[in-house]
Design a protein around this ligand. Structure first.
Ligand code: GLN
Length: 530
């Protein structure tokens, strides 16, 4: 197996995850089997308990792992199927080492960062060899070189490369080459210093991936090469993409990144044929029409909080030859100023997942506006719970209906905890998580959209639709078009007398790819255009 480590220098948010994912795309198109892994230096065991405004979205894998959003890029850009092994945090490393210690595995020894923590990190990097489903592992190290907390990971990589040899493992350093307006030029010093930081601890990158606003002239490349000890043809320009992140692999290919990587790793493969990828990019970048979609949420300040939703909408746009103009609406503003003011003129309304009661009344008002004005509505997870509450209150006349998450005393708990969830006390990893099967009602809209009756979708929620209310809501026109195979849990609801009103308890956004738009998103956009 061959190993590519992706480190980051100078500043965070350089798009290491996208760079790794894009390289993964290119290598797959060269006929190689790729898997990707992220090492996160923080001490949380996983990001499941972190605030989306701090950390961005929590990406859920089929096996129920709550992971970093970069894993979303990995799955969207490649064919790899990731498991909880693909996201490692310092918290997990320490958890394992400490439980080994308590069991007595290190009896007599002093347990230390080197070798015990670094050994555990190396074991987790090595673990993919046994699985045997990939030729190449791309491992991204979270954070920026120079961070104290990242040191054990970098030390583990130093040891690892020494063990497997430089023909089997390389380092790509993603760095910033800023343009300083006053001087009118690109500056290489920050990159020199971050590479110096790496060399101090015994790591020499083989490739520099330079994020830059302006083209890297030969002179700049030569300077970076000289000072950073990297051949000039391994100084790769990574300009900000103009239109779509899916252009990134094409840009890196034009710079010769995959060619260079294959040479370094002694991989003899034909060049990547990117024709089909180019077609996807063209459909996303040059659509012949546009549609306005409102996303009504509460984590609206941060692009990354609803990452997979925005990506899935973009894929669905591509599939419909339609550009999606997002109207990001803060649910609390709807509470203050009414739905009409913020939603007038949009062609579709999406309410995504969320936790806690801030903004819920605004989301309920948005669902009502969509229902009463025949605007396509797509509810996802909390968005389905919101739709249920709205229907209970305003169509079934159940005043005060709510979720017990927001109102423990509600007279009509249409969304509530199942008994097994009531017993749960810990917050970490204790929701209904990961891929669960569901059965669709024949002749329903959901059935028509999916084209079959058995589906499996990823979940991440604690609360469920309360089945005591099914009958009376059904009588008023709500269709329960998807349930768990035993019929007990509601997975999809839709409205009979409405052009397109579908709400799901799961997260379809995690299964959408640029070349395979999720059917629900695709049809939501189709209906919104109509
Ligand atoms: N807060 C809701 C629950 O826990 C919805 C979760 C979500 O939207 N992901 O059930």
């Amino acid at each position: 197996m061959k190993y590519i480590f992706v480190t980051g220098g100078v500043v965070s948010s350089l798009g290491k995850g996208l760079a790794g994912a894009s390289l993964g795309t290119l290598l797959e198109h060269r006929g190689l089997r790729v898997t990707l892994q992220k090492l996160d230096p923080y001490l949380n065991v996983d990001p499941g308990t972190m605030n989306p405004l701090q950390h961005g979205e929590v990406y859920v894998l089929a096996d129920g792992a709550e992971t970093d959003l970069d894993l979303g890029h990995y799955e969207r850009f490649t064919k790899c199927v990731l498991t909880r092994e693909n996201n490692l945090t310092s918290g997990q490393v320490y958890e394992t080492v400490l439980s080994n210690e308590r069991r007595g595995d290190y009896l007599g020894k002093t347990v230390q960062v080197i070798p015990h923590i670094t050994d555990e990190i190396k074991r987790r990097i090595r673990s993919f060899e046994k699985v045997g489903n990939a030729d190449i592992l791309i491992t991204e190290i979270g954070g920026t070189t120079g961070d104290i907390e990242g040191l054990p990971f970098l030390e583990a990589i130093r040891q690892f490369i020494l063990q497997v040899g430089p023909e089997n493992a390389i380092i790509i350093h993603v760095t910033l080459v800023p343009f300083i307006k006053a001087a009118g030029e690109l500056k290489t010093k920050p990159t020199q210093q971050s590479v110096a930081k790496l060399r101090e601890i015994g790591l020499q990158p083989q490739v520099l991936l330079c994020r830059t606003e302006k083209p890297l002239e030969t002179e700049v490349r030569e300077k970076l090469s000289l000072y950073c000890n990297v051949p000039v043809n391994a100084v790769i320009e990574a300009r900000d993409v103009d239109n779509s992140i899916y252009e990134f692999p094409l840009m890196l290919q034009a710079e010769g990144l995959d060619e260079k990587v294959c040479k370094l790793l002694h991989l003899d493969t034909p060049p990547a044929d990117m024709e089909s990828w180019k077609k996807i990019v063209r459909s996303i970048v040059n659509p012949s029409r546009r549609v306005k979609i409102a996303v009504v949420g509460k984590y609206v300040e941060l692009q990354d909080a609803y990452k997979s939703i925005y990506e899935a909408l973009c894929h669905a746009g591509g599939a419909n030859d339609c550009g999606v103009d997002l109207v990001i609406v803060d649910a609390e503003e709807i509470e203050a100023e009414g739905a009409e003011k913020h939603l007038k003129g949009v062609s579709g309304i999406l309410v995504p997942g969320g936790f806690g009661d801030r903004g819920t009344e605004g989301k309920i008002a948005a669902a009502r506006y969509a229902r009463e004005n025949s605007i396509p509505y797509f509810g996802i997870c909390l968005g389905m719970q919101i739709a249920s509450i709205e229907f209970a209150r305003n169509v079934c006349g159940l005043a005060g209906a709510n979720s017990t998450e927001f109102d423990q005393e509600t007279p009509h708990p249409v969304i509530a905890l199942l008994d097994e969830q009531k017993k749960v006390t810990g917050k970490g990893g204790s929701m209904r998580l990961g891929s669960w099967p569901a059965l669709l009602k024949t002749q329903s809209l959901a059935h028509a959209i999916y084209g079959h009756t058995e589906i499996a979708e990823r979940h991440r929620h604690r609360y469920e639709f309360n089945s005591d209310y099914r009958e009376q809501m059904e009588a008023k026109g709500l269709v329960f078009s998807g349930t768990s195979p035993d019929g007990t849990l509601v997975e999809i609801i839709e409205l009979k007398d409405h052009p397109w009103y579908v709400a799901v308890q799961f997260h379809p956004e995690f299964l959408s790819k640029p070349n395979a738009s999720h059917p629900l998103f695709r049809d939501f956009i189709r209906a919104s255009i109509g």
